[in-house]
Design a protein around this ligand. Structure first.
Ligand SMILES: NC(=O)c1ccc[n+]([C@@H]2O[C@H](COP(=O)([O-])OP(=O)(O)OC[C@H]3O[C@@H](n4cnc5c(N)ncnc54)[C@H](OP(=O)(O)O)[C@@H]3O)[C@@H](O)[C@H]2O)c1
Length: 299
């Protein structure tokens, strides 16, 4: 699924060459891809002048074909792996960066695993680097593996409260309730100091502003660079640095173990067939028609 610079907002399914294996990468036959909001957002972006076309998609699960010579991990041809890619995933053959790919355990399907790539990287960097939460260390008690020993508070539509609780949330609030932020502040006795805003709109930033403690020592991290309405809360922009990659290398090993032991559950997948349906899927996502599930396409 290729997007050309002359066609902003559109993509086409077309033949392109199989990518040439690079030393730090793994060549993979794609089995399932998940659609991430960033896919339609990227489709709508204006290209950099030097780029003529891009392959869309960032999350995939598949089978190892060939391993680059700098990838010193225990992958071999035929292994089932999951990962994320900046070079695109909506294709039959793709390149996944070797050090941040993960094995898929036998009891997890390609479709389930494909939902993990972007989320794992986001959690690793946002929680364990910018918010500096304690990284779970194995072996520890099961409760703490799930939560790093912290209370988890989240927001969603009421129809998804049960799903979020089943994934480890201790408390869930309806983000359409204008009081949700202040309810979280009172639940946390005005002591909440760390927030990750995965939605990153002015409305979600306001919920976070209302929820964070009135003491000026809070830290607000969001994924899209939205402004925090409170000037007393710390935020900022963190450019990518080599330490991010070092953290990811450790985090994927931990994630593989959590997945293997059944301690990490994937998001529910709505599975569909074929790359050609992805454009419609991206449109559904853009229009907010997908709730409590990831759209996954079998390649
Ligand atoms: N997923 C990733 O790996 C990733 C990584 C980096 C950046 N991002 C960016 O982060 C943003 C969200 O991505 P996503 O993957 O989390 O999207 P998503 O899976 O489509 O999640 C959106 C859902 O968040 C729920 N939600 C919870 N609190 C909300 C609030 N305060 N306002 C609105 N919705 C709320 C809604 O659930 P209900 O259906 O229950 O209403 C909505 O359907 C996108 O801009 C994306 O590009 C995502």
């Amino acid at each position: 699924m290729v997007c050309a610079s002359s066609l902003i907002g559109k993509a086409v399914l077309t033949s392109i060459p199989v990518p040439r294996l690079r030393d730090d990468y793994i060549l993979v036959i794609t089995v399932a891809v998940a659609v991430n909001p960033t896919d339609w957002q990227t489709l709508d972006e204006i290209f950099k002048p030097e780029t003529t076309r891009t392959l869309l998609g960032c999350e995939a699960a598949g089978i190892v074909v060939e391993i680059g010579k700098n990838v010193r991990r225990d992958f071999k041809p035929g292994d089932r792996i999951v990962g994320m890619a900046h070079d695109g995933t909506f294709a039959e053959y793709i390149m996944i960066k070797g050090y941040i790919a993960m094995h898929i355990p036998p009891d997890v399907s390609f479709e389930e695993a494909s939902t993990l790539g972007g989320g794992i990287a986001t959690v690793a960097l946002a929680y364990y680097r910018y918010l500096e939460l304690p990284l779970p260390i194995l072996p520890i008690e099961m409760e703490k593996i799930h939560r790093s020993g912290l209370m988890v508070i989240s927001t969603s539509s009421p129809s998804n409260f049960k799903l979020l609780r089943s994934r480890g949330a201790d408390h869930v609030y309806d983000y359409r309730d204008p009081e949700s932020g202040s309810k979280i502040r009172s639940l946390t006795c005005n002591k909440l100091s760390l927030v990750l805003d995965t939605i990153a709109t002015p409305a979600s930033a306001q919920i976070c502003a209302d929820a964070l403690s009135s003491a000026p020592d809070g830290l607000y991290v969001n994924l899209m660079g939205v402004d925090m309405p409170r000037s007393d809360i710390e935020g900022g922009h963190w450019p990518a640095v080599p330490e991010d990659f070092e953290l990811m290398k450790k985090f994927v090993v931990l994630t593989e173990k959590l997945l293997e032991q059944g301690l990490l559950k994937t998001h529910p997948a709505k599975v569909r067939d074929g790359l050609e349906g992805i454009l419609d899927g991206m449109q559904e996502l853009k229009e907010g028609k997908v709730s409590g599930a990831r759209l996954v396409y079998q390649v």
